[in-house]
Design a protein around this ligand. Structure first.
Ligand code: CMC
Length: 431
């Protein structure tokens, strides 16, 4: 007999089933509640709503645990690569040696964008934000390969997947080059994923960028750490769009748009801007922290807090350590790192942050690490988007393959005028 929860209100009673995940997380399944009772549930901001069953990523926010397909993020950060992690997320298991080679070869096959796409870059103003360019260009790329927009069989899905993961990197690098008025640098098939991205960003037609192994490894790690994070805002957006049977390009582009906001992926850019502001104002961080605690100030301590983690974000722990090591290896002394460390320590001992369980999240130190890699601040969220693409694709796939999948369509509680009537314009007055 499966477990049930009992609900009572106004003298009525109903029983609703419980579901349990593979790590023991329980939920009340209210999908038939309205049919049974006429009631819906209300959860503004979805803080307590499971929107799907998913086998991709597991998070325990209380304990600070993150696993992709069951593998702890710490093990992947230490031993895997971004391409292997992307395969794991999308196909559900680590690839064999041959499987990994096939996937890498497919990425290489798709690394060049259609030559005509270069004209699209010309249409953007010079100061266009690269996230705007990226989201538009993902949809534009699909237009050149209509066969990839057709309903999927498995082979097409493999091609589409590799196409988007590979092209997004080329588009991102081209967007940066365009924003600086620099000539486009084409990818080199012999280079691996992250090295190739750095080459397209920083080489010149007459001089190859010096690919330092610690720099390549650091960027690859950033991609691994961002590769998925269950039902965050952008992934939920991708699933929502996918549920309408929109194609993968449209769904992935919607993820980029959702990621852009400063409460989500845009936080990495916002953290650096915050640290720079603190430095400019000669603040040791305490004035900023005071303002962040005052709701009226409109400020928040960017890179702190998380909807799910009520403990140290495990990705932040890894990034912080790597950030220290990278800056030491590159002999970089970044004053923003000192400010960040000081802010973190003060916040972690401040009752406002302690009581609300606000800890550093992945974005707190990732910006400092990207600065050390020479990535300009307006590209930070783009780097996040490149990293998150496998997670979006894995979630898209889960939605498209779910038997009898329904369109995502939440309900609402209406709070507007109950009923009013149309008034012709000449009888409305001037107000
Ligand atoms: N600084 C100051 N106060 C904060 C912060 C912060 N960074 N984060 C949350 N709070 C307060 C908030 O004002 C509220 O206080 P009260 O209970 O007195 O009303 C309480 O903590 C709970 O906050 P919330 O807004 O209900 O939490 P949420 O789960 O809706 O939001 C969040 C999560 C990540 C959007 C939020 O913590 C935040 O805005 N952080 C700063 C932006 C940021 O770093 N975002 C990156 C998130 S991690 C990567 C990603 O997902 O992209």
């Amino acid at each position: 007999m499966s477990q049930q929860a009992e609900l009572s209100w106004d003298g009525h009673q109903a029983k609703v089933p419980l579901v349990e995940g593979t790590v023991g997380e329980k939920a009340i399944d209210i999908s038939k509640l309205r049919d049974q009772t006429g009631l819906i549930t209300l959860d503004v901001g979805y803080g307590n709503t499971g929107s799907c069953l998913s086998a991709i990523t597991f998070i325990d926010g209380e304990q600070g645990i993150l696993r992709y397909r069951g593998i702890p993020i710490e093990e992947l950060a230490e031993q895997s690569t971004f391409v292997e992690t992307a395969y794991l997320l999308i196909y559900g298991k680590l690839p064999s040696k041959d499987g990994l080679k096939c996937f890498s070869d497919l990425l290489t096959k798709h690394e060049l964008i259609h030559e005509d796409m270069k004209f699209h870059f010309e249409g953007f103003p010079p100061n266009a934000h690269p996230m705007a360019i990226l989201s538009s260009m993902i949809n534009a790329a699909g237009c050149y390969y209509p066969q990839l927009l057709a309903p999927q069989d498995t082979k097409d899905f493999d091609d589409e997947t590799a196409f988007i993961i590979s092209q997004v990197r080329t588009i991102a690098a081209f967007a940066y080059r365009k924003s600086r008025g620099l000539p486009f640098i084409y990818p080199k098939p012999q280079l691996k994923y992250s090295a190739n991205f750095l080459h397209m960003m920083f080489s010149e037609p007459n001089a190859d960028y010096d690919l330092k192994p610690e720099v390549v490894r650091a960027l690859d790690l950033i991609f691994v750490l961002h590769a998925d994070h269950e039902q965050n805002c952008s992934t939920s957006t991708v699933r929502m769009v996918a549920s309408s049977k929109a194609n993968l390009f449209a769904s992935a582009a919607s993820g980029v748009c959702a990621l852009w906001g400063p409460l989500h992926g845009g936080a990495n850019q916002a953290v650096i801007e915050m640290l720079e502001q603190i430095r400019r104002e000669g603040d040791d961080g305490s004035r900023f922290l005071q303002a962040a605690k005052d709701k009226k100030s409109g400020r928040r301590l960017m890179g702190f807090g998380h909807r799910v983690y009520k403990n140290y974000d495990p990705r932040a722990k890894i990034i912080k350590k790597q950030c220290d090591e990278l800056l030491a290896a590159l002999k970089i002394d970044d004053p923003l790192l000192d400010i960040a460390r000081q802010l973190e320590q003060t916040a972690l001992h401040d009752s406002y942050f302690v009581e609300r369980k606000l800890y550093p999240n992945v974005d707190f130190y990732s910006g400092i690490m990207m600065r050390a890699l020479g990535i300009p601040v307006e590209m930070f969220t783009v780097i996040f988007a490149i990293g998150r693409m496998p997670g979006w694709i894995a979630n898209y796939r889960e939605v498209s393959e779910s038997q009898g999948g329904r369109i995502c369509r939440p309900r609402q509680i209406y709070t507007g005028t109950p009923l009013t009537h149309y008034v012709p314009v000449d009888q409305r007055g001037n107000a």
